[in-house]
Design a protein around this ligand. Sequence first.
Ligand code: ATP
Ligand code: MG
Length: 285
Amino acid sequence: MSLTRVGVGKVRETWVDPRDEAALLVVATDRVSAFDVVLPELVPDKGRLLTAIAAAAFERVASDVATHLLEVATDVPDVWLGRTLRVRRLAMLPVECVVRGRLVGSAWESYQRDGTAFGRELPRDLDFGAPFPEPLFTPTTKAHVGHDLPLGPDELGELVGERRARELADRSLEVFSLLASWFDAKGLTLVDAKFEFGLDGRALVLADEIATPDAARIVAGDLGQNPQWLDKQLLRDWLVAEGFRGEGPPPPLPSDLVGELRGRYVTVYETLTGRSFDEWPGSAD
Ligand code: ATP
Ligand code: MG
């Protein structure tokens, strides 16, 4: 099988599907990034976990929104088994469509200062982690290098056109609400999530990965004062405590931290699907 690679991201690589030029194989590696830096350590099984979670989530929303997922690819080299999605190849829009459901992080900080989050006035007396009255659509640029920058409503319109901007907001909020109810039913909280969309002709299609701990912030149970994060928060907190925020060489990750991180991704997969990750195809890098 002759393969042409068309993209190498921080975590995933994209290849033209040798069977169908209109499709891509998206291969998730065990790489982990934080503060937009790829760390030297691998997290065993992470690529298969991302693939398993994203596949389950795309299947979950497929009856409501068009998605790029064709199938979990099985006709691939052994090393790619379980880590490869076959997807429709799209013209990606250069936007990260972020939706936020809960008052945490920088939103919580600004709320305590002046009662707003992302420029929106919020009701008084909300607690840390409270749901926003409505989830907030806070799109950013998709930077090829470095950090993504917030896009105001006018800026998004300038980038993709007014109609498309409204469609991106509506579709992102719709997918967020579908995923949030699914998480809720499984005893998880979807705190916020990032979506990417692409165009197939003029049709808007949900792409990339969704609902994974790399593309979302996820908590076990309710938020409470001390949320039990099931995403990369643990890693970010540890790096910050070591004085790393994306500049200079990252400190080496202790193996128990890597193991704990892997365990959290497994918990997300198993809690959402009710299946054992042991049964997912393939093996670690
Ligand atoms: P990060 O997500 O950490 O910012 P990255 O965006 O550099 O990293 P990855 O997420 O590792 O890259 O790689 C996936 C790449 O594939 C992204 O550039 C994404 O926009 C692109 N992609 C996802 N789905 C499709 C699709 N259906 N058609 C074309 N490109 C896609
Ligand atoms: Mg990406």
